[in-house]
Design a protein. Sequence first.
Length: 232
Amino acid sequence: MKRLLGYALVLTIGMGARASVHGSEPHIAREAIEWCNIWIPDAHGTALPRVLLVGDSITGGYGAKVADALKGKASVARLTTSKSIGDPALLAEVALVLGQCRFDVVHFNNGLHGWGYSEEDYQKAFPDLIATIRKHAPQAKLIWATITPMRRAGKLDVIAENTRRVQARNKIAEDIMVREGIAVDDLYGLVKDHPEYWSPDGVHFNAQGVAAQVEQVAKQIAEALRQASFGK
């Protein structure tokens, strides 16, 4: 644990120093509470390929069940965080986790936090996330999961206004994935016409919605492993 914390501190300080060397401090828009959860199962094992799920509480909702669905085929770790693309802390967290093991697939998502960043900020900073993943997991197959829409709390038949920004961010990400040759797991398309999938808060998903995501995410990862010659 001490080594992990020390590594995170070094990464964060290093990124801050890099910004100041170039003469400008990065625009950082933090929420009132920021959080990060890391789960790395079978940390000492090498028998199975490793998968890392990167995302927020939506990923947290399906992460453990995806691991169950892929049991015996892959060890599924997860990094869930409130940090947004545009925040150097996100890059530090991703680098920290990728530095612990050799990951064969990275399934990643980001975009339901960081509303203090404009879509221009999001677009400008997105390549840094991809570069960080590729630097620390150069052998990994990457899968981008689209950002899920939001519905109005307590009135789930109504799409929430922030979904317009979700759509804009998804379009930005889609263009980048095409350019970078990265596979896309369209969770937005999976859930958008199913108001019955949401929990009352209009952001998170109930058991039915989670089950739909688990099935699709596990299928996407299994295919990526197959392409990488695992799971034959």
